[in-house]
Design a protein around this ligand. Sequence first.
Ligand code: B12
Ligand code: SF4
Ligand code: SF4
Length: 356
Amino acid sequence: MPADKERIRAGAFACGFDAVGFAAAAGDGADAENLAAYVAQGRHGDMAWLAREPAKRADPALLWPQARSVICLGLNYGPETDPLAGLDEPGVGWVSIYARRRDYHLVLKKKLKRLARWLAHAYGGEVKVFVDTAPVMEKPLAARSGLGWIGKHTNLVSRRFGSWLFLGEVFTSLAIEPDPPAADACGSCRRCVDACPTGALDQQYRIDPRRCLSYLTIEHKGTIADDLAASLSNRLFGCDDCLAVCPWNKFARPACEPELACRADLSRIPLDALACLDEAGFRARFANTPLRRAGRLRLQYAAAIAQANARRPDPPRRGEALAEPAARAAVAAPTSRRERGPVGSKPPGGGRSGSG
Ligand code: B12
Ligand code: SF4
Ligand code: SF4
């Protein structure tokens, strides 16, 4: 039976996705060039995995030659309250909206596998599912599938959900007519560029992650330079400034997926309590959340910087933050990797899952 696109779209909504689009499993030369320039300039920093297999990352057909179509899925994680509330508050640590809940990889993966199983059962063909964890450039694919456009903050913006969509994909060997891409609707706006506390964004839709507070708290392994440490304020994990100011968020609505409900204990984290956590306590508190991936020592390093920032109005000296023993240990310790190996069982239809 030929694949019925509207039936598949309805199937994806039934699996709990909020946005669905279809793209050809083909690369776009511009993405390969952009990735090459980004890596050549060293913007990937400690994210060495971003520089590996660039051709596959920029072209789904090279990643998996059987793929003919990509079903791009979005899951709304819109905040219920002001995402920037609690920033600069002394004594507590601020956590980005995406991380105040169960790890989205776990939530999306379950839904993606459900959709992939149904698709293989209904129409045959091979399938693989991805969410962030394999070499796939998810935003350009999602933009080509019509889910939204890549904004100047370099994330996908949706007319229906603003800045707040998690992305995932089902690759299939079925040929499905692509949807039209979404048009760029940033226009002359530059709110995100101006809101960035560290100047990590430019008006050409480019980011320098080495200056991004999200990178520095999630992916970076070494010490954080004084000027950037001062900009961290009380951020412990991630940053939402550029996302939060986007005017398209006026159409956003709070996430309704129960598994993505925000946890109060992850939204405002007392810095004293965090400093005292041992490994077992850390695991118990942060299991299955994105924060677990930073590791205890790295989180305690950010907490030490937050304490130092709260104590003094002028930028803290790195030496002061690093005087905390936990912070000294943290900068020597390895942190998480964003990409993990293949996981999960094979969905029906002979395909295999490819993400974690
Ligand atoms: C690496 C990474 C990061 C890094 C680097 C960010 C980056 N843009 O490269 C860091 C740690 C900083 C990061 C932060 C965040 N991330 Co992130 N991240 C990724 C990841 C794994 C890969 C992105 C990638 O391929 N980068 C390489 C660049 C070249 O490609 P690009 O980002 O698509 O950029 C396009 C253009 O903007 C332009 N471009 C961008 N920078 C540059 C620089 C140069 C020199 C040039 C020429 C071009 C260029 O080129 C690309 C198109 O061809 C994706 C998942 C995935 N597999 O795609 C998630 C992903 C992008 N992250 C996500 C999220 C939620 C975040 C945060 C909001 C988390 C937080 N609250 O802290 C922040 C947002 C920061 C920001 N303003 O981007 C979501 C975004 C969802 C969405 N709606 O777009 C993704 C898609 C994960 C997911 N599955 O949902 N992230
Ligand atoms: S996440 Fe924060 S630091 Fe990174 S680009 Fe956006 S506003 Fe700048
Ligand atoms: S804030 Fe303005 S420039 Fe930035 S992504 Fe949103 S619309 Fe585009």
